[in-house]
Ligand binder design. Structure first.
Ligand code: ATP
Ligand code: MG
Length: 638
């Protein structure tokens, strides 16, 4: 078995620092790796808080992702494999993708869509979603993908915020063997979002659907009149490529706008560095295209590199818990990118069954979305990667467009530390600072900030420059505020500790939620944990822990004692939980992140706030019920 090769940290840090010292020179060189229709006049215009990259340059994302590959052997290689839960499959070569994208773009033009118009895509994980995105940007329109698991209200809010007039939807989505009636959800949403003039429906089934005359049109009819070729229009580097709403973990989602030139340059380089992606890669990212991870990892970055992308529609453990391993074996996936939430779910099923699958094609494993605890990291490394594949723990945000802190096996693989995202990428000036914005000492907790602009940086929040300034540039002068809490260790490695607004303030100490959750998961019977702070007049805050047990364990006071012991051992008495609650589900966003704010408001008997991105209402009901029982019990005791 081939062993992972590591390089000394110092060489990489020198290179990273060198690149970051002169960002304009560094990113200019990276920009030449793309094909531009017109060369830029200026690399960067930086007027805080607005950065303009490659000013005067012109390019087209659809051209770069597809047309460019038609002049080489890539023309007939698979660009996209698609498979659903039921095992239905489709494959598109780069040429076939090119055909479909052109027709789709022509259809949009026939509907009157022009440069700068917003097109809302409410589609499940089907190839038409990729096609629609590339078609939209081919003619300079701006896509807003709305995750197809969202309710009608969430869809209406996003349509209204972007004032789009065209919506592309499917009749149904597929999940756990059932149809999700997307068109019905659209009909309800449009009552509250009347600006939409045309709805194009991609009909996948023979299900009966309601069509509103004059508004709703069938894709299959429209495409018949479409041209085979639409010129990829040269777009200014700072022309918006897409608007995408954040996950809403911490509050009302923000409409993040990304540029064409800066975003593409950034993701082109960073996917090479982090995933060592090439035309030989079979790249599988399990996120939904409706999140930034999906935009970048399922659509733009792999296609820029002429790689083969895999797209899967369905739940991870349906119809059986080995669905994902089956797919890796079947397609010979080389790069696998998923979230700690998903890995934890598979840990609950145990590792025996995974051994039945041949996962030897894998070369690099990725993690994103939340802090990955060392236990989870080790499990992933051993059971999925066969102790052969480096794990790239990638820290980034919707706002950053691409990965910011991660190991970079595509350049040099530094020694990995389970639980640390390691070091910032070249050209990224990340730092941990105190409340005054001054860098903290080694191993002291603080705010993660970025000190210099980078090409993937958001252009702003759609139609809301004030919220943009307020959210990212008001806390510290001249520093991009990420809202995450971190430490830097003696090797300069970054350890993410959770969100700053979820930080636990206990007796004058500040503990990251991730620190305490990591300790709780250290107990061998814990599958998942969420921690919040509940205000206390004396201590500042009390630590409240919610726990999901592994299969085969029942809630018991003994287990609570074990958890307390584990936390005291790993962190100290200061972090002793005041209350521990056992639950079956935790409130999570649709992208799989724990919504601690929801737990907190329930514990404080406060209104729940924006729940549009909540995955499962039942989780909230369960926590409420558990908490009511707890209050009753405390009353009795008193
Ligand atoms: P909102 O901004 O609406 O509250 P969100 O922050 O969850 O939602 P995203 O942009 O999808 O929306 O998520 C980015 C956040 O996810 C980061 O700020 C960080 O808290 C977390 N995150 C992402 N990757 C990692 C990682 N590798 N390690 C730790 N945390 C991560
Ligand atoms: Mg955020």
């Amino acid at each position: 078995m081939e062993k992972v090769k590591f390089y000394p940290v110092k060489g990489y840090i020198d290179f990273q620092k060198g690149a970051t010292a002169d960002i304009e020179r560094f990113w200019e060189k990276e920009a030449t790796k793309l094909e531009w229709f017109k060369h830029w006049d200026k690399v960067l215009e930086w007027e805080e808080p607005f950065a303009k990259w490659f000013v005067g340059g012109e390019l087209n994302a659809s051209y770069l992702c597809i047309d460019r590959h038609l002049y080489s052997w890539h023309k007939n290689k698979v660009a996209l494999y698609w498979e659903d839960e039921a095992g239905n499959t489709k494959a598109y070569s780069y040429f076939q993708l090119y055909r479909e994208v052109n027709k789709f773009a022509s259809m949009l033009e026939n509907l009157g869509v022009k440069k700068g118009d917003r097109v809302v895509l409410y589609l499940p994980m089907i190839p038409e979603l990729t096609i629609a995105m590339l078609a939209t940007v081919r003619i300079g329109a701006i896509h807003t993908v709305v995750f197809s698991g969202f309710s009608s209200q969430a869809l209406a809010d996003r349509i209204n915020d972007t004032s789009a007039e065209v919506l592309i939807a499917a009749d149904v989505g597929l999940r756990r063997g059932k149809y999700v009636p997307l068109k019905q959800i659209v009909d309800v949403a449009l009552k509250a979002a009347p600006a939409i003039k045309k709805v194009v429906v991609i009909k996948r089934t023979s299900e009966e659907i309601n069509m509103v005359a004059g508004r709703d049109l069938l894709y299959h009819d429209l495409i018949r009149d479409a041209e085979d070729y639409v010129e990829p229009r040269p777009m200014e580097s700072m022309h918006p490529l897409f608007i995408l709403y954040t996950s809403g973990t911490t509050g009302k989602p923000k409409g993040v706008v990304h540029s064409t030139g800066g975003y593409l340059v950034y993701i082109n380089s960073t996917y090479k560095w982090v995933f060592d992606i090439s035309d030989e890669s079979v790249y599988w990212c399990t996120a939904d295209v409706g999140w930034v991870t999906g935009h970048t990892s399922i659509v733009y970055a792999p296609l820029l590199h002429g790689a083969t992308v895999l797209m899967y529609e369905g739940a991870p453990d349906y119809p059986h818990p080995d669905r994902w391993w089956e797919i890796i074996e079947k397609y010979g996936v080389t790069i696998f990118y998923t979230s700690p939430t998903a890995i934890k779910m598979f840990m609950r099923y145990g590792d025996e069954r995974i051994k039945r699958y041949n996962l030897s094609s894998l070369k690099i494993l990725g993690s994103v979305g939340e802090v990955i605890n060392p236990e989870v990291w080790e499990w992933y490394y051993k059971n999925i990667g066969g102790e052969r594949c480096p794990i790239v723990d990638t820290w980034w945000q919707t706002e950053t467009g691409g990965i910011m802190i991660s190991p970079v096996p595509g350049i040099e693989l530094v020694p990995l530390k389970p639980g640390s995202a390691t070091l910032p990428l070249p050209g990224i000036d990340a730092e941990v600072v105190d409340e005054e914005g001054k860098p903290v000492d080694t191993s002291v907790k603080g705010h993660l900030v970025i000190r210099k602009p980078w090409p993937g940086m958001l252009m702003g929040l759609y139609n809301n420059p004030e919220r943009y300034k307020e959210a990212y540039w008001s806390k510290f002068k001249g520093l991009f505020y990420t809202g995450d809490y971190a430490i830097k260790d003696e090797d300069g490695y970054f350890w993410l500790l959770g969100r700053t607004d979820e930080v636990l303030k206990v007796a004058g100490h500040r503990l990251g939620t991730a620190e305490v959750e990591g300790a709780v998961i250290g107990a061998p019977f814990v599958a998942e944990a969420a921690v919040i702070g509940k205000p206390d007049p004396i201590k500042g805050e009390n630590i409240i822990v919610f726990v999901i047990l592994k299969e085969g364990y029942e809630p018991a006071d003994e287990l609570k004692k074990e958890i307390v012991k584990e936390v005291r051992k790993q962190i100290g008495p200061i972090a002793t939980p005041q209350e521990i609650h056992f639950v079956d589900k935790l409130p999570k966003t649709r992208s799989g992140k724990i919504m601690r704010r929801v737990l907190k408001t329930i514990m404080m008997d406060k209104p729940l706030g924006d729940l549009s991105t909540l995955e499962d209402e039942a989780s909230v009901e369960e926590v409420k019920a558990v908490y009511e029982d707890f209050k009753q019990m405390m009353k009795k005791k008193a």
